[in-house]
Design a protein around this ligand. Sequence first.
Ligand SMILES: [Mg+2]
Ligand SMILES: [Zn+2]
Length: 175
Amino acid sequence: MTSKAVFVDRDDTLAKNVPYCDDPDKFHLFPGVPQAVKRLNDAGYLVIVITNQSGIGRGYFDEATLQSVHDKLKRDVESGGGHIDDIFYCPHTPSDGCGCRKPEIGMGTAAVAKYDIDVSKSYMVGDSNADMGFGKKLGCRKCYRVSEEYTFCDAVDDILRRRGHFLGSIATFFR
Ligand SMILES: [Mg+2]
Ligand SMILES: [Zn+2]
């Protein structure tokens, strides 16, 4: 059976962007993120972080440091009852010309293969053009662009409301 996912950018989507964050102690989720992730978990979505981390390719920090930041991310989400299913990152710089740095979709196709994801039932949430390009090219049902005014939690509300509408219209149809 296929699964469905919400792909989520990390910096300025789940957490305040600290440029080239190399320290878990500087990494802080936005308010409400763990609870919003839990709502997606409960609705049957895989929650998969998709993040460009060129600081590795630039030599600013190593993969072990990135891992420690991502361990903190997962821990903090879990402390609020949520669960991050996986984190994919691109370690390359723009000049590497790789196939995984967003807006390229290498991380997305890897996730789809790993979890047998139906992209037409999946969403992308991010703050940048690269995130929107990634979601569109991957074939997601819809992409949500977050900002200070429209947060990840708002996007989760809309994703789940959408699903509610769909189920509601089915119920009406069969009434
Ligand atoms: Mg971002
Ligand atoms: Zn890459």
